[in-house]
Design a protein around this ligand. Sequence first.
Ligand code: SF4
Length: 511
Amino acid sequence: IDVTIKSVGCVGVCNKVPLIDVVDENSVITRYPNVKPEEIKEILHHHFKPGSFFKRVKNKLFNEIDTYHTDQTWDNVIWKPENERTGVINTFLSEQKHIATEGYGYLAPLNLDEYIGFGGFEALKKSLSEYEPNQVVQTILESGLRGRGGGGFPTGKKWELVAASDQTDKYIICNGDEGDPGAFMDRMILESYPFRVIEGMIIAGYATGANKGVFYIRAEYPLAVKRIRTALLLCKERNLLGENINGSSFSFDIEIFEGAGAFVCGEETALIGSIEGERGFPKQRPPYPAVAGLNGKPTLVNNVESLSQISFIINKGQQKYQNIGTQNSKGTKVFALAGKIRNGGLIEVPMGITLNQIIEDIGGGVEGGQKLKAVQIGGPSGGCIPASLCDVKVDFDAFNQMGAMMGSGGLVVLSDNDCMVDMARYFLSFTCEESCGKCTFCRVGIRRMLDILDRLCTGKAVMEDIDKLEELANNVKKSSLCGLGKTAPNPVLTTLKYFRHEYEEHVNGLC
Ligand code: SF4
């Protein structure tokens, strides 16, 4: 049979792969999750007769791709076989909102024609032909977009700072140094939507007056590096990168720098030092990178996910973006949903959705009939939120008020079988290993905290150790130089706040 096989980027339904969609001549998609080798023959026989409609199906798929994507509904999907396997995917996907992952399940990561046919690079063309650079900055400012790398600093403000400099050499850095345990949002976006991130970077360059860009991607992400490298070449062939982009007077080029995998290099100043060939040590700020960054020049450092939102904002307008989310947290957030959850995977949700909705409606609830105990949000920099408070909305400020933080987007569901002290020890052992050692509170303080947690987990601690742990945690938080040290105590502080009795039970030998 004359069949076209198309591979697409990540759909996010990690526990349902391998996933095969068959598109028939009426553009009806039949979806087969968890496909087993022995089922392939049956699927082919069911759909395909020799010499049948393959060419027509292929053409129709390309012609109607807009219809698929603009409404982003799955109404035209027939779920077959109609059993539990597919129904799960239906709910998993329908509660999400796709901006960074727009085109999931359809776009082939490196098909530039398809991306363009889908509306790709329209935002760049619009920016270059209809907007002055300061208008682009204004649009991003008004959209309310906040940095998705962890801190939630307004993206437009950073753009404004770099644009304000009258220096001629400026840089845009895409921070793809994702290193939190369990997080893979940036990797998935880079691997599956390389053109979207590149487009966001070029627009950032135009808006701020930068002509050079650097992708900082950790070397442990070889597929992401490979796809970005190929995507950059394809863009250059089409004059979407390089001299006089798309016939305009704006020139911009991008190179790739592979990071060696130090977690601290996700911090802007350490990342810049690493590109300059130095050891990844965070530096005292100010000066901020926006004023004196790479090679001492104004540098905009934006996270992968932040840049992947830009084309949507330019295409649809800041108002439409503003309409999604809460008062101070706009747009969507990508999370790696993991832990004791029935349907884990990679999800993109509108800000303002509650943690309970994510767990129940998208994740299908806690696995194995266990009870929800807490959610650890934001990886080693974040904190835990107990089940009783999981009606909290996904919102930068709401999480901060609870002692947790959005972080880059790890979301680990914990059940009543999980020990919160163990969980805190796990994350702290990670940050202890990843501390660069520059400042004493982080280098020594985290080590001493870990010693106490080790004693607690092996039944050798006394009650005073709990107070000592809390005191140390507060001091490390206050006195460390960079974000790694300042946020490392969060898992300990939040578990102490909400689950202190578990620490006491450890001392009393009750667990
Ligand atoms: Fe290094 Fe930790 Fe100090 Fe950051 S806080 S500079 S990681 S020692």
